[in-house]
Design a protein around this ligand. Structure first.
Ligand code: SF4
Length: 480
């Protein structure tokens, strides 16, 4: 028997980070919980490093958070903790790439957790290698440690700031030394990073859902181009606007709001759940000619938008598809000679709801188009009389260079097919994507001009497409 991979037709977030500074709390246990809350941001590896002021204790491996730490957290003693969860593209799933990375330099121990992707890492790595630097991993993030080690600035924050001004691309990075956490975000703010306060210390992490789980109070988001230094549990972290150059506009990843982030998180002031409901409402206004009896979602990620659609259109939202919550990524291939529709492993149509009904099916995105047609067929097999597919993001046509695994451009169905061709391919009665204007209007707090939409419109805010065309993508694995 061989294993069969369940191919979910989604973009993949590549990492989540968590850091905690507290003399009174169990930092390893809180980091474990924090990573557990961030598990959706990366399911292939997890790691925790804890500093006791002299030594750093490390535990990391391939697997889910609960698998990696199933034997407990013993030995992870100290007062500063750093954690990381990672999704990686095939080929980079190696134990030596698991973060947090840990090294020893002239200033003591140093650990790093990174969410994002460095677009100039290949060039930097080449330069550093020429100067005699050695690398122990194939991830882009390692150049940051080399740049810090190489810097001749006087203090660690200055050395980190120099490194942060040398790297390009998307980064929300946590650096842990023996005595402090330094957290910084790229000048565009592609990837999220927020600060929380526990009774006895500080937490800095990718999403507010991790703050909620450890009982930390959300304080604020780290600003694009900002660095904070946490070295005292009693005092506010120091803040430095480290970036030498700030762009005219920020470029927060819109896909965090469409799909990646957990719906209970608030990111840069914007509620993920409310933004998704708004996307559904707008999509309903944009498709008001559809005649349907019920609105259903592709669970779970399509649900808030489907609820919004139903509210706006005055059509009842129902759970027409049921998800098997225990589905993993890999399955044993059935021994009998039968063709298994892998989508059925994960989803089943609720015949009692959809039979004889015209259905609006809301999903957040179509990436390769490998599953949408199978889900449409599930609904037809269960007796749906019509299936109208409504997508709460515009067509994904371009690769992401900012820490999201989008596959090759040629694998993106919208890069080579028109909307009508995609409709025919998935055999839907109609297919509708939210417009760019609609997506922009779904934000209530953020300025729509401060977002990245490059995977839809190829407008890479920092010109990363040119950088990547020069060949950095395949020289080593990217993205953390
Ligand atoms: S290209 Fe798309 S997925 Fe990547 S950061 Fe921009 S909006 Fe997000």
């Amino acid at each position: 028997m061989r294993d069969m991979e369940f191919q979910e037709d989604k973009l993949h977030e590549e990492c989540g980070v968590f850091g905690i500074y507290s003399h009174k709390d169990d930092v390893a246990l809180n980091t474990y919980w924090g990573l557990f809350a961030l598990q959706h941001r990366g399911q292939e590896s997890a790691g925790i490093v804890v500093s006791d002021g002299k030594n750093m204790h490390v535990k990391k491996n391939m697997g889910l958070v609960t698998d990696v730490f199933k034997s407990g957290l013993s030995g992870l003693d100290g007062y500063i903790g750093l954690g990381h969860v990672r999704y990686s593209t095939t080929g980079s799933s190696m134990t030596y790439n698991v973060q947090p990375l840990k090294v020893y330099f002239d200033g003591g121990n140093l650990a790093l957790s990174h969410n994002g992707n460095l677009t100039n890492a290949a060039a930097l790595r080449k330069e550093l290698a020429k100067e005699g630097c050695v690398f122990q991993t194939t991830v882009d993030s390692e150049v940051v440690l080399s740049l810090i080690a190489k810097s001749r600035k006087a203090t660690l924050p200055e050395r980190v700031a120099e490194a942060a001004n040398t790297i390009k691309g998307a980064f929300a990075i946590l650096i842990m030394s023996d005595h402090q956490i330094i957290a910084f975000r790229d000048p565009y703010g592609f990837r999220p990073l927020c600060l929380g306060h526990m009774g006895n210390g500080w937490v800095v992490t990718s999403e507010t859902c991790a703050l909620d789980l450890v009982g930390a109070k959300y304080i604020r988001d780290i600003k694009p181009g900002e660095m904070i230094i946490i070295d005292d549990a009693e005092k506010e972290p120091k803040s430095i606007m480290y970036a030498d150059h700030m762009p005219a506009h920020k470029a927060h990843c819109i896909f965090e709001y469409v799909y990646f982030a957990r719906p209970d998180s608030i990111m840069d002031g914007e509620s993920i759940y409310k933004a998704r409901v708004n996307m559904g409402r707008i999509l309903a206004r944009e498709t008001k000619d559809i005649k349907a009896d019920i609105v259903i979602s592709v669970p779970d990620s399509g649900t808030p938008a489907a609820i919004g659609y139903g509210l706006e259109a005055g059509i009842p939202f129902m759970e027409g598809l049921t998800k098997n919550k225990y589905v993993g990524r890999t399955f044993i291939q059935p021994t009998q000679k039968q063709r298994l529709n892998a989508v059925r492993l994960k989803l089943n149509a609720n015949r009692s709801l959809v039979a004889g009904k015209s259905v609006v099916m809301v999903d957040d995105s179509i990436v390769r188009g490998t599953t949408s047609g199978k889900i449409v067929q599930l609904l037809r097999d269960a007796g749906a009389t019509a299936v109208h597919v409504c997508i709460s993001s515009p067509p994904v046509m371009n690769s992401c260079y900012y820490g999201i695994d989008t596959s090759e451009r040629k694998e993106l169905i919208a890069a080579s097919k028109t909307e009508e061709e995609i409709r025919q391919y998935i055999k839907a009665d109609s297919l509708h994507y939210i417009t760019m204007e609609g997506l922009r209007a779904s934000l209530s707090v953020l300025d729509p001009d401060d977002m990245c939409y490059a995977c839809f419109n190829a407008k890479y805010p920092d010109g990363a497409d040119e950088e990547m065309k020069q060949g950095s993508k395949y020289q080593f694995e990217m993205g953390c």
